[in-house]
Design a protein around this ligand. Structure first.
Ligand SMILES: [Zn+2]
Length: 88
């Protein structure tokens, strides 16, 4: 599970601006996953309307602006790999 302090290291190293694109504040809260065995993901949908279960998906780190509730996501797998390689 990626923590906000881990993301702060990643943001600093990559020179990522932390301001919310909607309100400009920099107060983010990690969106709580349903449980410790479950992560958020962006699910795919078929363009023909048919369902595939489980649908292919991209695991994400989901954050919510603590001021205006804008949702921000990052692909979690490359960030986890970056943290493994770069976290002291
Ligand atoms: Zn905001």
């Amino acid at each position: 599970m990626v923590k906000l302090s881990d993301l702060a290291l990643f943001y600093k190293a990559k020179n990522i601006q932390s301001g919310c694109p909607t309100c400009g504040k920099s107060s983010w809260v990690l969106a709580d996953a349903p449980d410790e065995q479950t992560a958020w993901s962006l699910a795919s949908v078929r363009e023909d309307g048919n369902a595939v279960f489980p649908s292919p998906s991209v695991p994400v780190i989901a954050m919510v602006c603590d001021h205006c509730y804008t949702l921000r996501t990052h692909a979690s797998l490359p960030i986890r790999e970056w943290l493994k390689a770069n976290k002291a």
